[in-house]
Design a protein around this ligand. Structure first.
Ligand SMILES: Cc1cc2nc3c(=O)[nH]c(=O)nc-3n(C[C@H](O)[C@H](O)[C@H](O)COP(=O)(O)O)c2cc1C
Length: 307
């Protein structure tokens, strides 16, 4: 891979700014290693909690013409199994590993973080913004500044030396204010954004919602402009490094996120459209774009659209 893409994020250099987003291929060391080999600079695990969780009944993922609707429902094998997978991946690969955690209560977030840090991930990503478990968990913590401040403090304390990123939702009164709340309470980075909605699709044959959970978070191309604007607003108001997430499928879209101020760019739904080679192709296209313009580092264009 070209050195041009090397990216400094929280005092570590990654081979590429591209990251596997949480929730897609992030449950086993083997699947995450394949994504790193395809060119991701880092991978994010599927969000995990203290205990194993089955998640929602099938169908849980629904492609439609502008994106995906998912109500996976945070299915995961629990922190003890995920610690084993992260340790295994550490032994097999030098790529970055971000551990995504969630909790039913603020205290759960602290406990799961403490256990996850036994595997020394490069980052704890704090999922306070899953939109498809509201029937069980209530409204996402990410909608409320007080809850986000509290969870940020708890996780920061539990994480010790491991940096933390809070994963934000656009479904809050002001995402730029939420970013400042995270910064003031100890976050080292921010991830923006989680899926949007939830939304719904109906099978007109049986006249019922298609997802067993009825509603699911919207991701993919439909949300790219929303994610880009959120990243741009956050970067204009916060000095924290950002992992931009939402609808990215091409090098041009990754560049737009970087020009809006993002340091890393993560990809989830893009894998549905282009398989894991999406990382290889975007790396190649980014490199070609930089070479054609004699740009030697992404640092020189980061935030260019903010001015
Ligand atoms: C099938 C699926 C499962 C997801 N699971 C999680 C999850 O467990 N934790 C999380 O923080 N985000 C999860 N997400 C959200 C993604 O990480 C990402 O924020 C969102 O999909 C927008 O990016 P994308 O358009 O590139 O997919 C999931 C998304 C999808 C499509």
């Amino acid at each position: 891979m070209s050195d041009l893409l090397e990216t400094l994020f929280l005092s570590k250099i990654y081979q590429s700014p591209l990251v596997l987003a949480s929730g897609v291929l992030g449950l086993t060391a083997d699947s995450m290693r394949r994504v790193l080999e395809a060119g991701a600079g880092a991978v994010t695990t599927k969000s995990f909690g203290l205990e194993p969780r089955k998640g929602h009944a099938c169908p849980v993922i629904l492609p439609y013409h502008s994106g995906l609707l998912n109500a996976v429902g945070l299915s995961n094998p629990g922190v003890d199994e995920m610690v084993k997978e992260i340790k295994k991946l550490h032994q097999e690969s030098k790529g970055g590993i971000f551990a995504s955690v969630f909790g039913k209560t603020p205290e759960d977030f602290g406990e799961v973080t403490k256990k996850a840090c036994e595997a020394t991930p490069d980052l704890i990503e704090v999922n306070v913004s899953c939109p498809n478990v509201a029937s069980e968990f209530g409204a996402p913590f990410g909608a409320d500044e007080f809850s986000v401040a509290n969870i940020t403090r708890i996780v920061k304390k539990a994480a010790g030396d491991v940096p933390i990123s809070i994963k934000l939702t656009i479904h809050c009164p002001s995402i730029e204010k939420m970013a400042r709340v995270c910064e003031e309470n100890g976050a080292d980075a921010l991830t923006a954004i989680n899926t949007v909605g939830p939304g719904m699709l109906i099978d007109t044959g049986v006249m019922k919602p298609i997802l067993a959970n009825k509603v699911g978070g919207v991701s993919g191309p439909a949300i790219f402009p929303l994610a880009l604007k959120a990243v741009w607003e956050i970067c204009a108001n916060s000095s924290l490094p950002i992992i931009a997430t939402g609808g990215v499928r091409t090098a041009d879209e990754a560049l737009q996120m970087i020009m809006a101020g993002a340091t890393m760019v993560s990809i989830g739904s893009g894998i549905y459209y282009k398989d894991i080679e999406i990382f290889t192709h975007i790396n190649q296209d980014l490199t070609a774009w930089m070479e054609a313009r004699h740009i030697h580092s992404l640092e020189t264009i980061r935030g260019a659209a903010l001015e």
